[in-house]
Design a protein around this ligand. Structure first.
Ligand code: RM4
Ligand code: MN
Length: 388
């Protein structure tokens, strides 16, 4: 039997990092829908992220995206975050929104453009030094659209060269987290299309380079929990970008499309000791709330991760292992499904009450009046948006 107190103690220390960009306006390439009250500055994004932590107690950090979140004084932004009860987390680089990067950033055939991209990555490390961030997360949109467009192999050489240069620039306690994506915006080759490519580069780069698994960046049907188990075993899983998808990189609320997959992933995290106190894994959200309100969207996301984690922790490992060793396929599968079928909402409500939080974060947020306040206060100025 699983001890509920042990489950709660792991849940009590779970930290889920929020993406600053989830609070700005977003949409698809067809239309960005403006919502009243969205932040106009990185400071307002941090203030909104702090609300998610206030009502869940589980989201103490917010990731920044540079230059979307560029400010003159990063120490001031960090101090502002602290005043609001949270901290700044991962720094995400952006080498995908400049005309120069049409044919790639660090893998561009033009050495001038490669240099420009690398300089931006160095600038992101400067930001980390100012904010005290541990992780630099790199996602490259680099790739090609047509066979023959560029040398696949030469682009790998250019990528390796840039990654080495960034790694050398990192401080002792800083890490490089390399994300991969199957396709989009490039449609023929991506330069980091899959976990194997990211893993191979990270191996070459050494212990400070780790892989980021964005759950929306795979071909449909990919067994993501296998990737998670493999990377954890190799000591190379650095971060998750959690979201969910029905078709491609939909960036929907994590656990909305396939809660069972999220459970399976988090179960492998548990088996690989990824919920340890000193876990190397950064549990991040990477989502856009195109049609739903942003702060409640983030609240729901954090709660979905907590619920899937609770279920993963409820799996009776002794019973599961015994069934596995006995070759009892149905009992083994049953041990997993029993935990998945458990309604963990009462357990999480209890935990929140013990932590001095409202047991119902979404209702408590609604009652707080924050949503109406930001609509009233944030008048004028330029609303933050994906790419703004
Ligand atoms: C990319 C990738 C990155 C995120 C950007 C906004 O598809 O998932 O993690 O920073 O989108
Ligand atoms: Mn991502």
């Amino acid at each position: 039997m699983v001890d509920p107190a042990a489950v709660k103690s792991v849940l009590a220390r779970q930290r889920i990092e929020l993406p600053s960009w989830a609070f700005g306006n977003s949409g698809t390439r067809f239309k960005v829908f403006a919502q009243p009250g969205v932040p106009r500055t990185p400071f307002e994004k941090v203030a909104d992220a702090a609300q998610v932590h206030r009502f869940t107690g589980a989201a103490p950090t917010v990731a920044l995206h540079i230059p979307w979140d560029a400010v003159d004084d990063y120490a001031a932004l960090a101090a502002f975050a602290k005043d609001h009860g949270i901290e700044l987390g991962t720094i995400n680089a952006n080498v995908f929104q400049d005309d120069d990067y049409k044919l790639g950033s660090v893998t561009n055939p033009d050495p001038r453009i490669r240099r420009k991209a690398l300089d931006h990555l160095f600038e992101c490390v400067d930001v980390m030094d100012a904010t005290g961030s541990r992780d630099l997360k790199l996602w490259f949109s680099d790739g090609t659209n047509y066979p023959g467009q560029d040398s696949i192999r030469a682009r790998q050489d250019r990528l390796a060269e840039a990654l080495h240069a960034v790694c050398e620039r990192l401080g002792e306690h800083q890490r490089l987290i390399l994300e991969y994506k199957l396709f989009e915006p490039a449609f023929y080759t991506m330069d980091v299309p899959d976990w194997g490519t990211s893993f191979a580069h990270c191996l070459e780069l050494g212990p400070r380079a780790l892989v980021c698994v964005d759950t929306g960046h795979h071909a449909p049907g990919t067994n993501i929990e296998f990737i998670v188990a493999f990377l954890l075993r190799a000591g190379k899983l650095g971060a998750f970008d959690f979201n969910s998808r029905f078709y491609a990189d939909d960036d929907l609320i994590v656990g909305a499309a396939d809660p069972f997959q999220l459970f399976r992933i988090l179960f492998e995290v548990r088996v690989g000791d990824g919920f340890a106190v000193d876990t190397p894994i950064s549990f991040m959200l990477d989502q856009c709330h195109n049609i739903e309100p942003k702060i409640p969207g983030q609240l729901r996301s954090v709660m979905n991760v907590q619920e899937a984690t609770a279920k993963a922790l409820l799996v009776d490992l002794d019973a599961l292992t015994a069934a596995q060793q006995a070759g009892d396929v149905l009992a083994a599968n049953g041990a997993l499904m029993d935990a998945y079928a458990t309604d963990v909402r009462p357990l999480l409500a209890e935990l929140r009450s013990e932590q001095g939080l409202d047991p119902e974060p979404m209702a408590a947020y609604d009652r707080s009046g924050y949503a109406a306040r930001i609509v009233a206060e944030r008048v004028g100025g330029q609303a933050a948006g994906w790419g703004a």
